[in-house]
Design a protein around this ligand. Structure first.
Ligand SMILES: [Zn+2]
Ligand SMILES: [Zn+2]
Length: 169
């Protein structure tokens, strides 16, 4: 690794640590959650009204989960997502989630629907979880509202961070 790369690494790391995310190594012998060398964990993310959706009321493994309201035409329930980026663990309560189906995702506190940022390549929608209380598209997590579609990414300013990219940091 050359010097330029090292500098870039520091830059990326400090962005993560400022924006309600933490990066830490995931030792091989302890890889019970995700088989990744490094974990990126969301410690806070917000609805458009500034409510933090990361809560200790929904633990996934040892981490505070991201708790969302999720509904289809008939039912409304909750889904807790792992705050570890790239980790697909989720727990649904009060609603049966079906693979391939699209859902409406809302804040558990103010019930506002999370905004659609763009269309997903699968035809569903990318909804946004903001990484700061100002709820700007400058920094957010985008994820598909279709169960089973694994499209998700982190946008920070001009930078687009995908799961593959994270392992290179
Ligand atoms: Zn809210
Ligand atoms: Zn999708």
């Amino acid at each position: 690794m050359n010097e330029k790369n090292l500098n870039n690494n520091k830059g990326a790391m400090s962005i993560f640590n400022k924006k309600g995310m933490l990066v830490f190594p995931n030792p091989k012998e302890k890889r019970t959650i995700c088989n990744q060398e490094k974990l990126l964990v969301f410690t806070a993310c917000y609805c458009p009204n500034g409510h933090n959706l990361v809560t200790e009321n929904a633990k996934i493994n040892e981490f505070n989960g991201i708790l969302l309201e999720i509904s289809d035409d008939e039912n409304t329930g909750y889904v807790a997502l792992s705050p570890v980026y790239g980790c697909k663990t989720r727990i649904a309560v009060g609603i049966k989630l079906q693979d391939g189906k699209q859902y409406k995702i809302s804040c558990t506190e103010c019930h506002v629907e999370l905004p659609t940022y763009s269309e997903c390549h699968c035809g569903a929608h990318i909804f946004a979880l903001f990484l700061d209380k100002e709820s700007s598209y400058h920094s957010f997590v985008g994820a598909c509202n279709r169960i089973g579609c694994e499209n998700s990414y982190i946008q920070i300013g001009e930078e687009l961070i995908t799961s593959a990219r994270l392992q290179e940091l």
